[in-house]
Write a protein that binds this ligand. Structure first.
Ligand code: C2E
Ligand code: MG
Ligand code: MG
Length: 526
């Protein structure tokens, strides 16, 4: 028998199915399955809720759930069976969708962390047999947060989709690119050794670094990539991922836009970094920061005409920690903003105090970090500090580095103009170590170039360094800029600079960075 519900569901009339190979369950259509299920039935088992894919008479697919109960005669022989089936297509579709949601990232359609985890587990268990290496890459976009915040989340989403597309073109079949969340991606490369992993990483860096068009803006993003290798850097999913992540942070530390393999030395660093980060959060409250001041000397008069404020962190247990160690961390964590405000305030207040004591006025130079420079209310903050401390703006100079200024030229010009409008001065620090786009330099409203100490170091022995310093000086004169040579340690260096008519210098030859009291002693001698 074949009831009307079956006719309606599948399209075949009773006479089309009776005494013919059954379209649902026959040896002709699904031989393997048929034999297996028949075997079960003949052993006297009922079949319950067996899921199967079938097609209706009109060719459309349908998911069915089938149950068969056997009918026996008095002798206990099987006489037939009752098959019950139900259309479960909708349920299967829902299951598929849930599976997709559970395993794929809805923004990029890439596998998500769960699926990545599964695939890596699977790759590891296969490798136990084949003994082939596996590479795990952890990729994070540099500066993504800034782009996301400034262009909006829609643009951020678009960027992530574009990055995904580019990443997919870098891999081969069997590899997995997944999105972990945010701007973090993980890549699984089975059967891949160090060389292969490095090649893929290099390709990803070069592709992602190509400009992208978003909302009519041309955007540049770069990735930092960390790599861990199975079994060398970990034998399970967790340690491979953790170590790739650690290596990625190392890549960021090394200036971003590069890739690094994990090494066990990094663990120590991470630990150190975590402690440092925690301590840094409390340092401002605990008043552990102090400013030292390094005199700026006018070369022809040998007089102190200014000081550069340099921050020191006096940790009760770790001792004095150099700014080169904690400023990058402060930048990354955003702590530089409150710390920077404190620096500006202290330096201005100190300078004003010296002036109030009747000493000849000095200019005080304060270093601005990139993050601070990008703060939308920097101008306000500084105006406020000048106001509160009462320091005449002409005695404040802000130092920014070339790299900060070249990042976004139009922004820089605008920001510098607003700062200059307050009446203060601007210098470019570590000049010569960055992009050095002299073309732009002309457009920046700046006052001073500080020649980086790496050029000053061998100024009288290295012809290239000497030539660079001469060129910087010539350019500065033609642009009517002041020049300060940094890191002057010897009389030879000073003599060279004097010959080049370099107006100002700073360095151990004159003074190390001094405490405020030590500066006061120098002021008394003037
Ligand atoms: P910078 O602004 O270029 O500061 C000059 C650095 O050179 C200082 O190191 C100074 O102590 C050192 N120096 C001065 N004269 C000599 C010399 O003759 N020989 C040698 N070898 N070094 C000399 P410091 O204080 O360790 O600061 C390092 C960097 O940390 C600074 O470079 C600056 O980029 C950053 N920094 C320091 N204080 C601050 C701050 O208050 N805010 C921000 N954002 N960055 C700061
Ligand atoms: Mg400086
Ligand atoms: Mg410098």
């Amino acid at each position: 028998m074949w009831n009307p519900a079956a006719e309606k569901l599948l399209g075949w009339q009773e006479e089309e199915v009776l005494n013919q190979p059954n379209p649902l369950f026959s040896e002709d259509t699904n031989a393997d399955e048929f034999m297996k299920l028949l075997g079960l039935l003949l052993q006297g088992n009922a079949l319950t809720d067996i899921e199967m894919k079938r097609v209706r008479k009109d060719g459309t697919p349908i998911d069915l759930s089938l149950s068969i109960t056997l009918l026996y005669d008095k002798q206990g022989d099987i006489r037939g069976g009752v098959a019950l089936f139900a259309d479960i297509t909708k349920r299967k579709q829902a299951e598929q969708m849930i599976k997709k949601m559970a395993y794929f990232d809805s923004l990029t359609d890439l596998p998500n962390r769960t699926l990545f985890y599964d695939r890596l587990t699977q790759a590891i268990s296969q490798t136990k047999r084949t003994k082939k290496p596996i590479a795990v890459l952890f990729l994070d976009l540099d500066r993504f947060k800034i782009i996301n915040d400034s262009l909006g989340h829609t643009a951020g989403d678009q960027l992530l989709r574009e990055v995904s597309k580019r990443l997919l073109t870098c891999i081969r079949e069997g590899d997995t690119v997944s999105r972990q969340g945010g701007d973090e991606f993980t890549i699984l490369l089975p059967n891949t050794n160090h060389l292969g992993a490095a090649t893929v990483a290099r390709r990803m860096i070069s592709l992602i670094s190509q400009p992208m068009e978003l909302n009519g803006h041309e955007i540049l993003v770069t990735p930092s990539i960390g790599i861990s290798m199975y079994p060398e850097h970990g034998e399970d999913v967790e340690s491979l991922l953790k170590n790739a992540d650690t290596a990625m942070y190392h890549a960021k530390d090394l200036g971003k836009n590069n890739f690094q393999f994990y090494t066990s030395k990094l663990d120590q660093k991470v630990l150190e970094r975590l402690t440092l980060e925690n301590e840094l959060r409390k340092a401002l409250e605990r008043k552990e920061f102090v400013l030292h001041y390094q005199p700026l000397i006018q070369i022809n008069s040998n007089k102190m005409i200014g000081v550069e404020a340099l921050i020191r962190w006096q940790h009760p247990l770790l001792g004095i920690i150099s700014p080169t160690r904690f400023i990058p961390l402060a930048e990354e964590t955003g702590l530089i903003v409150p710390i920077g405000e404190w620096i500006l305030h202290s330096a201005c207040a100190q300078n004003k105090a010296w002036q109030d004591q009747g000493y000849p006025p000095l200019k005080v130079s304060v270093n601005l970090s990139g993050r601070q420079f990008k703060e939308p209310d920097l101008v306000h903050t500084i105006a406020d500090i000048l106001d509160k401390t009462g320091l005449d703006p002409q005695y404040l100079e802000l130092e920014i580095t070339e790299n900060i200024s070249m990042n976004d030229v139009n922004f820089t010009i605008q920001a510098l103009q607003e700062l200059k409008a307050l009446g203060l001065k601007i210098s470019i620090d570590d000049f010569g170590t960055g992009y050095s786009s002299l073309n732009y330099l002309k457009k920046f409203p700046i006052d001073t170039l500080k020649i980086d100490q790496s050029f000053v170091r061998d100024i009288h022995t290295d012809r290239d360094d000497a030539a660079i310093v001469k060129a910087i000086m010539a350019m500065a004169f033609s642009l009517d800029l002041n020049v300060i040579a940094e890191g002057v340690e010897t009389i030879e260096q000073l003599l060279f600079l004097t010959k080049q008519n370099c107006p100002e210098a700073q360095g151990y030859y004159f003074n190390k960075p001094l405490t405020p009291d030590e500066v006061l002693n120098l002021l008394k001698e003037i």
